[in-house]
Design a protein around this ligand. Structure first.
Ligand code: FAD
Length: 498
């Protein structure tokens, strides 16, 4: 039986970052990935010579001196990643069809306030208050500032504050309230639940600076893989872990679908905690803990259309377009199937082919898993004709809405492809195709935040379900997870010195 210091289940960003940290620290690491392609949400696919991202469209805080820049320096990514900075004065635009007005988010807090003050001249004070709060929250998170701390369990009062309520408290202007929450598909916000912490960290990071990955997000997976292999780490694809087997209260080995067994001192799980418990064979975890994890709600899922464009016909857009039918951006759970899609996010990926024209467009919108129930027992490429027709109808409905902002869009389409919650469920293993894993709840903060440390001494969680999703959230989570093995302040010092 093969034996390693650390086995990591899943090669999503969290798994790869942990693999990088621990192999660099001299541990003998093996990452096991169920798919053919490494990377989880970093996976891309190619159609008509266009590269389509599946789970990373833009990244924040990557200017020199900002937090992700420093983390990426430690991960040996700076200078190697192909990046394109979005428009400084409008990296996101929030459009409402009920008043046909577009509002821009600008980079840098002062710029952000200036730009939105032009649309809301009486609301400058509210905008200052909003930005001050974002700064206060990002400054309070030690790992956003690489401050040394002792605990890997993050506890903050901002988990208990609610994003929707906070925004409502700073302005009575309902349009501005919706504009400030306009990119909430980035965390699939739910007004009664989403903690202010989530909204603030995600928005703060993008306001600091926003970048696209040129020619796709797979490059991030490739660079991390190369470094891990250089550090003598092993990454195995087509290796689905089906059992985590305990002996003397610890996991002693994992078993693959092929029945091969692999031993390790530590096991890090980059997959959803509920799915981890499904494959964990042990009596130590009390039924209440298992039930608690099983009862956690997950974020909404999505439907996406991937459009390949006729050559040199559609201008590259160096910003992300958020569309809303009405003056309500909190539609993740409440959208009506009849009026679907009530919102979408549209973007043109950056490529090395052309700076002027886009070769493709990605548009995503919410979709409930329940809509796909009848195909839930099917697998990729084997879901039947009815499913194909369901997707076609949905895509055409979405295109009708896209035409409102981009009237001749259909004229530029060479072909299009679609994904549903089932696609995500089967490619990344997220529960019900959920966009970002566990839905955090400001009313029950401790229940919905998962600690990297578990009741099993050698089992550690990582990935988007620890602390926060997204590139920044998963990076902070990976540091917390590896800190369980190598010590937190030791790691923080190394990252600062990188
Ligand atoms: C549509 C979409 C758009 C997004 N856009 C952005 C964005 O623009 N910016 C941003 O910062 N974030 C974005 N995110 C969020 C971000 O992509 C994720 O939070 C992050 O990549 C998740 O990484 P992870 O390590 O938690 O896991 P995942 O990427 O989910 O990876 C888990 C891996 O585990 C593997 N696996 C599952 N079960 C097993 C098993 N039993 N054995 C072996 N392997 C297994 C899976 O195949 C997968 O490779 C987006 C997400 C989605 C879905």
């Amino acid at each position: 039986m093969n034996k390693y210091d650390v086995v990591i289940v899943g090669s999503g960003l969290g798994g790869l970052l942990c693999g990088y940290i621990l192999s660099k620290e001299g541990y003998n690491v093996c990452i096991l990935e169920k798919n053919k392609q490494i990377g989880g949400c970093l996976q891309t696919f190619k159609r008509d010579n266009c590269i389509f991202d599946t789970g990373i469209h833009y990244i924040g805080s990557l200017d020199e001196g900002q937090i992700l820049y420093q983390y990426f320096k430690y991960f040996d990514l700076i200078g190697k990643l192909k990046l394109k900075k979005l428009d400084k004065d409008a990296f996101d635009v929030i459009y409402f069809d009920d008043n046909k007005v577009e509002y821009a988010y600008s980079m840098g807090y002062d710029n952000f306030i200036e730009t939105l003050s032009k649309s809301f001249p009486n609301e400058r004070q509210a905008l200052i208050k909003y930005c001050d709060k974002l700064k206060e929250i990002s400054n309070s998170l030690a790992l956003y500032n690489l401050k040394e701390i002792t605990s890997t369990f993050i506890e903050t009062t901002y988990f208990k504050e609610n994003a929707f309520e906070f925004i409502k408290s700073i302005t009575s202007d309902i349009r501005l309230q919706n504009v400030l929450a306009g990119s909430n598909v980035l965390y699939a916000g739910v007004p009664e639940k989403t903690p202010l912490f989530i909204h603030a960290i995600v928005n703060a990071s993008f306001i600091e600076s926003s970048y696209r990955l040129v020619d796709g997000s797979q490059q991030l997976a490739k660079l991390l893989t190369d470094s891990i292999v250089k550090n003598n780490g092993i990454i195995r694809t087509n290796s689905k872990v089906t059992r985590l087997v305990c002996n003397n209260n610890e996991i002693s080995f994992c078993e693959l679908e092929s029945t091969e067994r692999i031993e390790a001192k530590y096991f890090i799980s980059d997959i959803h905690p509920e799915l981890t418990l499904d494959i964990l064979e042990n009596d130590i975890l009390r039924k209440v803990y298992r039930n608690r994890v099983k009862s956690l709600e997950n974020t909404m899922a999505s439907f996406a259309i991937y459009i390949s464009l006729k050559e040199n016909t559609f201008k590259y857009l160096n910003r992300n377009h958020y569309f809303f039918s009405k003056n309500n951006v909190w539609t993740s759970v409440t959208y009506s199937i009849e009026e679907w899609p009530e919102s979408y996010l549209l973007l043109t990926p950056a490529t090395t082919k052309s700076e002027i024209y886009a070769d493709s467009i990605i548009v995503m919108t919410y979709m409930k898993y329940e809509e796909l129930k009848q195909w839930e027992h099917t697998t990729v490429e084997n879901r039947g004709e009815e499913y194909i027709e369901f997707k076609r109808k949905k895509a055409e409905k979405l295109l009708d809405k896209i035409e409102i902002q981009f009237p001749d869009i259909r004229k530029h389409i060479k072909s299009y492809y679609t994904s549903t919650p089932l696609t995500y469920r089967d490619y990344t293993g997220t529960k019900n195709g959920s966009l970002y894993g566990i839905l955090r709840d400001s009313d029950e903060p401790m229940k919905s935040f998962v600690s990297p440390r578990t009741k099993i001494p050698n089992l550690i969680f990582t990935g988007q379900n620890v602390i926060l999703h997204g590139v920044l959230g998963v990076t902070i989570g990976a540091v917390l997870s590896c800190a369980e093995i190598v010590g937190l302040n030791h790691l923080i010092r190394k990252i600062k010195q990188a």
